[in-house]
Ligand binder design. Sequence first.
Ligand code: ADP
Ligand code: MG
Length: 702
Amino acid sequence: MSELLNLEKLFGSHVFNDRVMKERLPKETYQGLRKTIEQSAPLTLEVANVVANAMKDWAIEHGATHYTHWFQPLTGSTAEKHDSFISPTDDGGVILEFSGKQLIKGEPDASSFPSGGLRSTFEARGYTAWDCTSPAFLKEDAVGNVTLTIPTAFCSYTGEALDKKTPLLRSMEAINKQALRVLRALGNKTSKRVTATVGPEQEYFLIDKAYYDERTDLITSGRTLFGAPAPKGQELEDQYFGAIKDRISAFMKDLDTELWKMGISAKTKHNEVAPAQFEMAPIFTTVNIAVDHNQLVMETMQKVALRHDLVCLLHEKPFAGVNGSGKHNNWSLATDDGQNLLEPGKTPHDNEQFLVFLAAVLTAVDTHADLLRTGAANPGNDLRLGANEAPPAIISVFMGEELTDILMALGKGQKAASKGEHYLNIGADSLPSLPKDNTDRNRTSPFAFTGNKFEFRMVPASASIAGPNLILNVIVAEALDATATRLEKAKNINAEAASIIKEAVNKHSRVIFNGNNYSPEWVAEAKKRGIPNITSTVEALKTMVSEKAIALFEKYKVLTEGELHSRYDIYLEHYVKVINIEAQAAIYMVKRQFIPSVIQYTGELAATIRELKAAVTPAPVQKAQLAEVSKLLASASKKLDTLAAALKKAQGVGAVEAKAKAYRDSVFPAQLALRADIDALETILPSDLWPVPTYAEMLFKL
Ligand code: ADP
Ligand code: MG
């Protein structure tokens, strides 16, 4: 019982949340702020001043000395610059100050953040603007520094988005507007706001810090560029949901505590499929808060791991041959009065509403499968999509057998038959009964309907979830827009809704696939159905600047053509930089660690052979070993040269698109080829001569 009370007190204790605001703000100020939060009403400086002061007092009472505008530049991580509250007085002392102006707007020196040409360096000003819809909180580090952290959006002097949050907030407006139009047309008079809700399940690896420190590849690239498979992989499936070891459990306990303090509802934790792989899932919340929280989750995981002499790897594929890490991005739509719009309802009316929204998602995903794929593109995911357990690069929707049957029947204009007790018996005559619980889980689908939400499983583990969610919001907003326009004009709403659903099924059901997404047959089948299979980041990113995407983003005022082009350039450059670092790290390790070790071993073998010869004993085994190692060494040395040459050539390419292709088509394969020889050498050399920790050590000695 005392545990329970403590947890209740601990949860959100570092958040300037609604409870604190109600307690500390004068009633009018509180109501003014709520209006801004809920209805996007403009914020007056008067309100901001009062809020800032209350925030400062609260933060100082909790030990804070500094505040920061926390933002999410296009690097994919977060940025912060700390300012203390102190302001000098005439008599040599200080007072602590924090004004409404300081709360609302910041001006970090932005010249070092990527802008993709939106802002020249001499005009480096960027602004951070308070996002009052995501609560301010306190960040506390292990040495006891406490900082009042204010979630902000980051844009240029001329108002262009330079971050991940700005377009996300714009996409929330778009989907709110279109979803409300549909609800109104269907007769809903009470809901005032529709928001996307998101619950991201975060996968990660933990390894001992001592091993990490020994590996240049992990330090520079977050993944192993070399490494022969361990004698044991994940084939026994004994890690998944297995008992959690004490050392890991101690880490997880600390992690939970830190997250709970910041109001992040860490709910589920368990061992994942690969050895040394784990998962944490929070309870879902409004999408922009979920995005902020996920950034904090990733940051906190890395910080807390170090306290336990562990390193948390968020890379999508840190180890070859075992599962990689992703994020299952659970997405749905909710009204302010508590309805989940993707919940199959209990009344015919809810049911119609559910099917209309379901049809919109189906339409959106089929129309913009390529764009959705872009939302999951990063260099790490290129190693994962289609590999062990990961969803393939083809976007398809899992609906489950029962829901698919219903949709197909509706597509033919038939009454869908009930299959008995699996279905809610709602007794409507024009609308079908719906499955009660969609338990038929297909773990291979990249985009699966799981009962009352869609689970987008392609999302990379290390990336911000802002991108995939803003894409989901805007593509579904477009489908809902078309639906609303038809419903608003219709004389018979039910008939029109039925024909909207029917048309959506007939036009877009090709994207539904309930089978095994990992099978080669699906790749062929998807091609026949005309569903795109975009296998690399370089191609996937291109979709962002297609005419179709530009028109979509501009129509819903989420990103302008200029902003899209700047993002495209930044992400391509990022791809180039990542592959460049990997190649450089590979060359470094081969030249300075692997080849010297192999040469040492061949020397030792040669000496042994000489000595044995002197003793007049033939040494066939040693000779054979020397020949094999020497052959691999010669091959590795040649491949090293090939990689170095490919790298040099790619570095010399000017235009970013051609450069990215050079890295993908020549640098990356050259590095992979080199790896093959080095990994083969690893299996031959004595373990005490191998210069870096092995997969067996990293994955199993925890
Ligand atoms: P799984 O079997 O995939 O782990 P869970 O039921 O545990 O499924 O849910 C996974 C995630 O989905 C959790 O973060 C949960 O909060 C989230 N989730 C549940 N309902 C919704 C919803 N309506 N919108 C968004 N996310 C949701
Ligand atoms: Mg899941």
